[in-house]
Design a protein around this ligand. Sequence first.
Ligand code: BJ8
Length: 425
Amino acid sequence: MSGQYHALYEELGMDVARHEEMVAAIHDSFARRVLSQNSRPEGMAYFDSLVEAAHSSRVQEVVEHKTAGGAFIGTFCIYVPDEIAWALGVLPLALCGGTGFTVPWAEGRLPRDICPLIKSTMGMAFSGCCPFGGLKDMAVGETTCDAKKKLWDVMAAWGVHMHVLDVPQKKTERTAAHWRAEVGEFRDALEELSGRTLEAGALTDAARLMNRKRGALAELHAFRKLNRPPISGTDVLVVTQGALVDDPERFAEHLEALNAELAERAAQGISPAPDGARRIMVGGSPAVMGNWKLHHLIETSGGVVVVDESCTGTRYFEHLVPEIEGDVEAQLAAIADRYLKIDCACFSPNTERMENVVRLAQEYRAEGAIQYVLQYCHGYNLEAINVAAALDEISVPNMTIETDYSEEDTGQLRTRIEAFLEMGG
Ligand code: BJ8
């Protein structure tokens, strides 16, 4: 990391030395788990650069956006309808932490038995390691898992301006109406923050922009259905993680270029996956930027990850927002309905997810499935029982891995994954 941003970090009240240490730890993990791969597409260079940009040039862009009078919000879940923010000139950015570096800080102040994603996020936000922490005008939380729900109260008590979206826990007509009202209140909050009124044309444009991004991600994932995918699962994860932090238009442009390169690689039969690599579906908790642990282990143990059934995978890009014109209320309702299709483990019952797991395993011809459960993520951990039953039903061998962001269990995990792949997983 160049020192060119030090003055900015100091201005933002960060702990510059600690932040440098954290970035070095992230880069070390990235070099070992991502850059070390063979036969990577050239177009990955841009997405690799996003890991650095997330702590440098992207921060500068947010500062410039704010200097020009725009508002900035931090988000923690793909349930937040970004279209509304973009349409009001508000820049949204996902602030979930994927590094283990800041976990010890959080463990000293929060209960230890909460998931590493939350501990990492809180550690980044409050130990002077997150450049966006002091820049955000508002943080947007949601009522998904219990840990997050209570976290928002802690953050509010620690001085963060919070807006919490009440995501229903079951899907009925009544809760769908409630969710539409929540999305309406989110619009109200952002109108107040931005001092602007949501206009139909701007919302349609934002929907088109987000759909372009989702469409490019869907195209990227379609390459994984091929017998020999032209890109590794680890690299697809890097791209999807970048989608949560990058400028959507620039991201879509670079992804469209990568997809064109992948089409050529596919035509030439170029694949980073070794012959006979087992096709693996990974599903469950999200793996956000900084977290490449499981994919690396699978793809250096004789497997290739062909689909991510997660919020850093299919859950993020499936379902486009209808590009309705002319009526803001109708657009908002359509946006709300689209987001309610997300099958997070916070829903009960979650039969939709069981159907999606089966569909995805079949579409991507998974020869095995690994359920990824972040330690203490009770929703995905308990739901793994029903997901395993659904996969058993279609004879897809599967296993569940519960892990955190530490390095301690990597040897043990590798042994388990190798055994699973060797046994035909
Ligand atoms: S829609 S998965 S992004 S809530 S890993 S903090 S669930 S204990 S991140 Fe998520 Fe939205 Fe759902 Fe997706 Fe809690 Fe689990 Fe931690 Fe999690």
